[in-house]
Design a binder for this molecule. Structure first.
Ligand code: 13P
Length: 287
């Protein structure tokens, strides 16, 4: 059974740790993340971008696969299936498809329009038992065609969006999707502190979790971050392990071309990355 992310993030806030959102792309990704969460007794959020949803042939396919896999693998830890950076239309489709959580990313609208649309979706999500994340101040970089300039969120705007009843809030604090450039200035902790205090301690979400140094992650958690999104890092470890397998010529040995063999090292690499992150975020043993 899937659960909304509300309870797990309230527990994380009160316990001063963060739950990882790991984005999925296919069956191997989903299996690797679920098995690691179960092994480490950690709650987990599976993120699905609109692009990944389309790639997997639609949100209904994703919801059916994840629900069936949770059951078949006897997963007992709390699992939320969450739409990542959803549009207004995408969010509604995921409510219908059986997701347990949605993000509405209205950060590219003027604040009044972001407020109006977020408000409508909060009502729809809660009526159907889903949790909802909203965003203020766009996250820098590019993810699946969604490009953000990387603004620092305004605490007053965050307060207005938080007051609509969203369950957790993504606020731009200098974080960027993908690999951080060499000259990255780091997270703006001053802004994070102001946002945390302006929003009545709503669980905050840190996007762009790939490559943020451990010390910054820990400090962000101490300032109210309860959910950290990781996507690129799993893709990089999957690609590196797959490259190593091919470059070693293993696909040409025996039945090494069998997809179940070919994709195995990458799947193991995703597990290792997820484990490392769960340990860093402090969610191990918190299920
Ligand atoms: P990264 O790809 O930088 O880890 O960011 C993931 C993310 O924020 C998903 O919303």
């Amino acid at each position: 059974m899937l659960v909304s992310a509300t309870e797990m993030l309230k527990k994380a806030r009160d316990g001063h740790y963060a739950v990882g959102q790991f984005n999925i792309n296919n069956l191997e990704w989903t299996k690797a993340i679920l098995l690691t969460a179960e092994e480490l007794k950690s709650p987990v959020i599976l993120g699905v971008s609109e692009g990944a949803g389309k790639y997997m042939t639609g949100y209904k396919t994703v919801a059916a696969m994840v629900k069936a896999m949770v059951e078949s693998l006897n997963i007992t830890v709390p699992v939320a299936l969450h739409l990542d950076h959803g549009s207004y239309e995408g969010a509604q489709k995921c409510i219908e498809a059986g997701f347990s959580s949605i993000m509405f990313d209205g950060s590219h609208y003027a604040i009044d329009e972001n407020i109006a649309k977020t408000k409508e979706l909060v009502e729809m999500a809660h009526k159907n038992g889903l949790s909802i994340e909203a965003e203020v101040g766009s996250i820098g970089g590019e993810e699946d065609g969604v490009i953000g300039a990387g603004e620092i969120a305004d605490p007053e705007e965050c307060a207005k969006i938080a007051a609509l009843g969203v369950d957790f809030l993504a606020a731009g604090i200098g974080n960027i999707h993908g690999v951080y450039p060499e000259n990255w200035k780091g997270l703006d902790f001053d802004a994070l502190d102001k946002i945390h205090n302006a929003t009545d301690h709503i669980p905050l979400v840190l996007h762009g979790g790939t490559g943020i140094p451990a010390e910054m992650i820990k400090k962000a958690i101490s300032l109210g971050v309860c959910k950290i999104n990781v996507n690129t890092e799993c893709q990089l470890s999957f690609a590196a392990a797959t490259r190593e397998y091919i470059e070693a010529g293993k696909d040409r040995q025996g039945k090494g071309f069998d997809p179940r063999k070919l994709l195995a090292p990458g799947t193991e690499a995703i597990k290792a990355t997820v484990k490392e992150k769960m340990e860093l975020f402090g969610s191990v043993g918190k299920a």
